[in-house]
Structures are given as structure tokens and as C-alpha cells.
Design a binder for this molecule. Sequence first.
Ligand code: FES
Length: 80
Amino acid sequence: MKHSRKLVFVCNGSDCKKEGAKKLSKELKNLTNESSMKGTCKFIKTKCMDMCKTAPNVIVGDHFCKKANLAAVIGQIKKS
Ligand code: FES
């Protein structure tokens, strides 16, 4: 069965949390739920991805968003 939803992995390790990963993840959920993207993404919290220097880290499909922000992640979701 093909996955119809895009998988978005948000690091919830301590360094990424310090850099705002929790807020980012909340904003991502809110934004996608309120827009036409509703139901198209599945957000998954992960443990430390071992790339703490570029926190907060988000993976969209096979693309790493380093020092992620809302606009960059949404842009990547739309691209993939
Ligand atoms: S805490 Fe996110 S990569 Fe380490």
C-alpha cells in the first residue's frame, strides 16, 4: 500500500528542544490543519538525530531541514 501522507520527522532531542523544536512542531501542525494541506502530513517526533549543531532538525521525506524554521519546512513539504 502506498503512503499518501508525507512523513515529517521532527527531532525532539534536548538540543533541538532548546532551539524551539516543540514550538515549531506545534506551529507546523496548526498551519497544516488550517490550510488545504490538512491530512496530507504525518508528524513524527524522534529522539536525537545526532546533528545537534544544526538544531532544530526536521526531515521531510528524504530531505534534511537543518536549522529548520516554519517557512523552510512548509516549503519543503510542498516541494516533495
Ligand atoms: S537534539 Fe536534535 S539532533 Fe540532537
